[in-house]
Design a binder for this molecule. Structure first.
Ligand SMILES: Nc1ncnc2c1ncn2[C@@H]1O[C@H](COP(=O)(O)OP(=O)(O)OP(=O)(O)O)[C@@H](O)[C@H]1O
Ligand SMILES: [Mg+2]
Length: 450
């Protein structure tokens, strides 16, 4: 498996007049894809005996693979097959991907260095590889080719995609998260975004090793999780929020009962007394819709000690704050915001969406009482992901929520195209230190001042 040798191909310059966001395919590349698709279709139908094979989700078995390989060899010997610029092995891998996989995307799915795949219409595929976003040079043949692969992804979970249902979330069997958007909601062809499920889950030690946080921050963060502080992880898209919650969750005691609620399950808890819940969007065969808030209201009847919500983005926010305030200490969630202060106003805005008509001052008090820490993660301009703030909410002063930075990331300059900097204590003593002590977690006060 996985014999795709090159990952990034050389990009042909777009011919003059090609729209920037559409790109193009050069005739030779198109010829290769056409041949592969045609051969795949014939082999699927004639050799594997599957009608309309490219529209099916065919399971890859050793026997089927052997048949494909043997057929290709026979065709080649008989002079029925031209590989063009491809090697026989590349050709075989491409046929395999068309028949059993996700076509041109298989090479990226198989490469553990690739964490995200972004298809902008058939001719522009970006990947994030080892933290770098780059155009891969690989292409689909045309819109229909992309749409066919999208159908393959969404069909097993009972979803349809097309003009009457142009925006779809789905998941690959391995847990990777997929979003597909097609006409009329996209202008330059079908779009597909895949966040690959990562097996080698990053732990706090890995994050220290990668420079995302310091060892002192690791000790502090694992301490506040064990001491059941409520934490909001805040950051932009793909900044590492879910990864951090997963890493922090390892410090939840096995004796505690946890309920997790997500739109698409990504949290991977190692504890046993865990109920994992997922919201439900209406599908073709099941029109029922269950929101994150519905799950949360239900979760409160499941006797949880902690509640983890994958992301607060709507009306569930107020319920989450209330749950944090009513005996579910140690709860965690994530939110899209750019800095800790921004996180507060975002929480406020979202909490006001609940329709309860609470005055801002009341909501603000709830936030100040419910949330103990905001941990800000960022994907910096060099592609690195860092924790930039660990900030404690220390209460209210008049109408203002009091924030105290405990740890910060300080940029010191550039080395080549890499940002150099260091994590340091911000000079504030966390007010939760006594609570940590009571729970047997003792930290040297020095770490907050160096
Ligand atoms: N500290 C880190 N260092 C390197 N890679 C990381 C780090 N944190 C996360 N990643 C990688 O970045 C990608 C995005 O991470 P993650 O899913 O945690 O982000 P997110 O903020 O939850 O994204 P979204 O906004 O889409 O929910 C993943 O591939 C993950 O493995
Ligand atoms: Mg996430």
């Amino acid at each position: 498996m996985g014999n795709f040798s090159d990952l990034t191909m050389e990009l042909e310059p777009d011919p003059p007049g090609t729209p920037r966001q559409r790109g193009f395919i050069d005739p030779r590349h198109a010829w290769h894809l056409k041949t592969v698709i045609k051969v795949s279709s014939v082999i699927g139908e004639k050799v594997l005996g599957i009608s309309d094979p490219l529209e099916q989700n065919i399971e890859e078995t050793p026997e089927r693979l052997r048949k494909v390989e043997a057929t290709l060899q026979t065709m080649e010997t008989r002079g029925q097959l031209k590989y063009g610029d491809l090697t026989p092995l590349e050709f075989f891998e491409m046929v395999r991907a068309e028949l059993f996989g996700l076509g041109p995307l298989d090479r990226f799915l198989e490469n553990p260095e690739v964490s995200e795949i972004m298809v902008n219409g058939p001719y522009i595929i970006f990947v994030e590889q080892a933290g770098r976003m780059q155009e891969s040079g690989h292409k689909f043949l045309d819109d229909e080719h992309v749409e066919r692969i999208i159908r393959r992804i969404v069909r097993p979970i009972g979803r349809e995609v097309g003009p009457s249902n142009p925006l779809v979330d789905a998941r690959l069997p391995d847990g990777s998260r997929v979003n597909a958007a097609v006409e009329p909601c996209t202008l330059d062809g079908p779009s597909l975004t895949i966040r690959k499920f990562s097996e080698n889950n990053l732990g706090l030690d890995d994050l220290v090793r990668l420079g995302s946080m310091s060892a002192a921050m690791r000790d502090f963060l694992s301490g506040i999780v064990a001491a059941r502080r409520n934490i909001v992880v805040s950051g932009g898209t793909g900044s590492g929020k879910t990864t951090l919650i997963n890493a922090l969750s390892r410090f939840i005691s096995d004796r505690e009962r946890v309920v997790t609620i997500e739109d698409a399950a990504e949290l991977q808890l190692s504890q046993r007394n865990v109920v994992r819940m997922e919201s439900k969007k209406p599908t073709f065969d099941n029109p029922v819709s269950v929101s994150v808030r519905d799950c949360l209201v239900n979760a409160l009847r499941m006797r949880p000690e902690r509640i983890l919500i994958g992301e607060c983005r709507s009306v569930e926010t107020l319920d989450m704050l209330q749950a944090m305030n009513t005996g579910h200490d140690g709860s965690m969630t994530t939110i899209h915001a750019n800095n800790p202060r921004d996180t507060l106003s975002r929480l406020e805005t979202l909490a006001m969406m609940s329709g309860l008509d609470l005055p801002v001052s009341v909501i603000r008090k709830q936030i100040a009482a419910a949330v103990h820490f905001i941990v800000q993660v960022s994907r910096l301009r060099d592609g690195s992901r860092r924790i930039t703030h660990v900030t404690e909410i220390q209460g209210m002063e008049g109408d203002v929520v009091v924030l105290a930075d405990i740890f910060l990331f300080e940029e010191e300059g550039m080395q080549g195209d890499k940002i150099v900097g260091r994590h340091r204590g911000a000079g504030n003593r966390p007010s939760c230190l006594d609570e940590l002590e009571r729970r047997g977690i003792s930290l040297s006060p020095k770490i907050f001042f160096t």
